[in-house]
Design a protein around this ligand. Sequence first.
Ligand code: SF4
Ligand code: SF4
Length: 72
Amino acid sequence: MPKIEIDANHCKGCGLCIDACPKKVIVFSEDINKLGYHPATPKNEGCIGCGICFYTCPEPESITVYKEDKSA
Ligand code: SF4
Ligand code: SF4
């Protein structure tokens, strides 16, 4: 299954990826990162690997998209 990973400490909590995800599989974490923001965090179940979150994110190092999870 496709999935994403979000590097919490690069995320500015802008929420653009959450709004942009067509499958609504990204949410805000209740944790606070080292920048003082609630980072986005993936739920992943239902992710289609479209990459829209990656292209929407203003922080290039935050989101990694795995179109296929080789470990699955
Ligand atoms: S790759 Fe697509 S479906 Fe998966 S979290 Fe990003 S925007 Fe959502
Ligand atoms: S778009 Fe990027 S910076 Fe904004 S909440 Fe999502 S991961 Fe964080």
